[in-house]
Design a protein around this ligand. Structure first.
Ligand code: NAP
Length: 319
């Protein structure tokens, strides 16, 4: 429609945003994708991807580049602007960034999220001085040192495996006996001689001196007993918090804060579509982020067509 800057705005350029961008651009619809960091999203922090069909193994940054190049080849424009607010007025959405405000007819929201913290004493104090949330970024700083990983999901198990490239020993601390991670990844980690599992324990405190962390205090959740294990690094992989605060509409979420959509990836706000890690769903993989973004792109296009048709029908007939 005439006053809109774009028909569709995509927020976030991870696998979901780039896939949506590819599909929308191929349909020749006016679209803009805003990303606050670099295109690629979470896979930029993944050393190897082994579960994206067609690639038995590919580097995360390489796959991110392929996604980006492919979408850009079909005409997607990606601007490095941080979106701070999304609101709806009538049929239009207003997307505010650090550079300006843009009006569009539909939004495909793929802004992912950020790592959950443990919220224990010492975690903040030693962040960057032993405590990390990114193995690919910081693993190499712990050559021949003792590393502790906390968590029991795919991230913790896969990153613990990766960190054995550097550490002399890697402890995997998990609060339960069972894992959320894929069994095949847990089995592979069990076979790694550098790894020691410490199950049914939680991290209670990060201990160190003025310069760096030295140890982690663990508590046995069954007996209540505590023990300190010496470690130079603590890698925290205890889940993910969806990035949803910038949506200023009353969007429906699940109990963990992930956005609920229907099968077309549309939220309870008509014209607001969601795909990727911030959507309420069973798993968070590159494959389903891409698949859901494909649905979101096509559904957004149909939404705009229906809006256009309705406008034509309600327009007074020419005399
Ligand atoms: P996740 O699957 O939500 O797992 C979080 C883990 O942290 C759980 O084991 C949880 O324990 C534990 N935890 C949560 N809060 C804790 C706390 N305060 N103290 C101690 N432990 C705590 O998160 P994720 O591993 O970051 O993965 C996020 C999503 O990305 C998942 O859907 C995952 O499948 C996906 N992912 C997939 C791959 C892959 O397939 N290659 C790789 C990475 C991530 P409980 O189990 O007891 O709740």
């Amino acid at each position: 429609m005439a006053d809109r800057d774009f028909e569709i705005i995509i927020v976030g350029a991870g696998p979901a945003g780039l896939t949506a961008g590819l599909y929308v651009s191929r349909s020749k619809i006016s679209v803009m994708c805003f990303e606050k960091l670099a295109p690629g999203g979470e896979i930029l922090n993944t050393e190897h991807v082994e579960d994206y069909p067609g690639f038995e193994m590919i580097g995360g940054p390489e796959l991110a580049q392929k996604f980006t190049d492919h979408a850009v080849k079909f005409g997607l424009k990606i601007e490095m602007e941080e979106v701070s607010e999304i609101r709806k007025d009538g049929d239009d959405f207003f997307v505010k960034t650090d550079m300006g405000e843009y009006r569009c007819g539909a939004v495909i929201y793929t802004a992912g999220g950020f790592p959950r913290k443990l919220d224990i004493p010492g975690e903040e104090k030693y962040a960057g001085k032993g405590v990390s949330y990114c193995a690919l970024c910081d693993g190499a700083f712990f050559q021949d040192e003792v590393i502790t990983v906390v968590g029991g999901g795919n991230s913790a198990v896969e990153e613990a495996q990766f960190l054995t490239k550097y550490g002399s020993k890697v402890y995997l601390v998990h609060r339960r006996q069972g894992f959320r991670a894929h069994q095949v990844a847990v089995d592979k980690l069990t076979e790694n001689e550098k790894v020691e599992f410490i199950l049914n324990h939680v991290a209670e405190e990060v201990i160190g001196d003025d310069k760096e962390m030295k140890a982690i205090r663990l508590k046995n959740v069954k007996t209540g007993e505590t023990q300190d294990i010496e470690a130079n690094g603590l890698f925290v992989f205890v889940g993910f918090i969806p990035n949803t605060d910038i949506i200023k509409e009353d969007v429906e979420k699940d109990e963990s804060g992930f956005i609920i959509t229907d099968q077309n990836m549309e939220t309870n706000i008509p014209g607001l579509f969601v795909a990727g890690d911030c959507r309420s769903q069973l798993i968070r993989q590159i494959t389903n982020a891409s698949g859901d973004a494909t649905t979101a792109a096509v559904a957004a296009e149909k939404y705009l067509e229906a809006q256009e048709d309705a406008k034509k029908e309600s327009a007074p007939a020419a005399s």
